[in-house]
Design a protein around this ligand. Structure first.
Ligand code: FMN
Length: 203
């Protein structure tokens, strides 16, 4: 089949998010200007470059109460942390996506413990095996078809990385053991259960 995105696709659900899969999930913690702690998952999330290391998450649309708290907070206070979402934490990930008011601390809402960060003020998700501390670099505003909404790409400079000892085997991150959660389309998720190497070709 082929469909033009400005015409009906004829399928029971919009297939587009299943066409770019799996998407890693950045579990973004930030502080509001008044110090309220915020936590939310973002599957439009990725590492963008490594020299210097930069990451992005895209906060899209809006809540009934306004723009997504994460982008409002990061633009106001200039820092965020990406904790890794894992299979073990999948229910907590869902709970922290609730469209609650900015004065709600989603760590408390989901019964998650915090752990202080080293270089930035937002705390980390203690139960996560990997945390990436970031300083805000720039927002890219994309077109947004939702009235009063914002489709934003929030880019951060990675200033520190925590990796739990248990996440390492022989000095390498053991992806199969820590089971990072990724998003597919619809209401589907996946984890990397099969990990294999493709040795890079050398001339
Ligand atoms: C696994 C998962 C991934 C999500 N990814 C995104 C995303 O990439 N962008 C987005 O705007 N919302 C995404 N959401 C929805 C947000 O988490 C939700 O709108 C949340 O309330 C935003 O919180 P905030 O207002 O505290 O920033 C996702 C939800 C889940 C459960």
């Amino acid at each position: 089949m082929f469909y033009k995105t400005d015409e009906p696709h004829g399928l029971p659900h919009d297939p587009l998010k299943s066409c770019v899969v799996p998407r890693p999930i950045g579990w973004i913690s930030s502080l509001a200007a008044d110090g309220t702690v915020n936590l939310a998952p973002f599957s439009f999330f990725n590492l963008l470059c490594s020299e210097p290391p930069m990451v992005m998450f895209a906060a899209n649309g809006k809540h009934p109460h306004g723009h997504k708290d994460s982008i409002v907070n990061v633009e106001a206070t200039g820092e965020f942390v990406c904790s890794m979402a894992t299979w073990d934490l999948r229910q907590h990930v869902k709970e922290t996506s609730a469209p609650v008011l900015p004065d709600t601390n989603e760590f408390e809402l989901a019964g998650l413990e915090t752990e202080p960060s080293e270089l930035v003020k937002p705390p980390r998700v203690k139960a996560s095996p990997i945390h990436i501390e970031c300083r805000y670099h720039q927002t890219v505003d994309l077109p947004c078809d939702i009235e009063d909404g914002r489709n934003t790409i929030c880019i951060g400079h990675v200033v520190g990385v925590h990796i739990r000892d248990e996440a390492l085997t022989d000095g390498l991150i053991d992806t199969a053991r820590i089971k990072p959660l990724s998003r597919l389309g619809y209401q589907e998720f996946t984890i990397a259960e099969k990990v294999f190497a493709i040795p890079f070709l050398k001339k």
